[in-house]
Design a protein around this ligand. Structure first.
Ligand SMILES: [Zn+2]
Ligand SMILES: [Zn+2]
Length: 71
């Protein structure tokens, strides 16, 4: 796999879109790993990786999309 931006060998794949990215072009972006409902509070809580690998090209949504089928 090669870097999407410069076509050198990639060191990893974007967590969001799957594009390859080299060390120079790799960026980080908070990645929402899981959403769960707290036991004591009836609020939705999110588990987030703060520095997931991001290709710098795609644009992850700032807010979670609704998933009505999981209700
Ligand atoms: Zn690159
Ligand atoms: Zn990406």
């Amino acid at each position: 796999m090669d870097c999407w931006t410069c076509e050198r060998t990639a060191v990893g794949a974007c967590r969001f879109c799957g594009r390859g990215t080299c060390r120079d072009h790799a960026k980080t972006y908070p990645f929402l790993v899981d959403v769960f409902r707290g036991r004591t509070h009836e609020t939705l809580r999110a588990l987030v990786v703060e520095d997931a690998l991001h290709c710098g090209v795609c644009r992850p949504r700032g807010e979670p999309v609704e998933l009505p089928e999981l209700e």
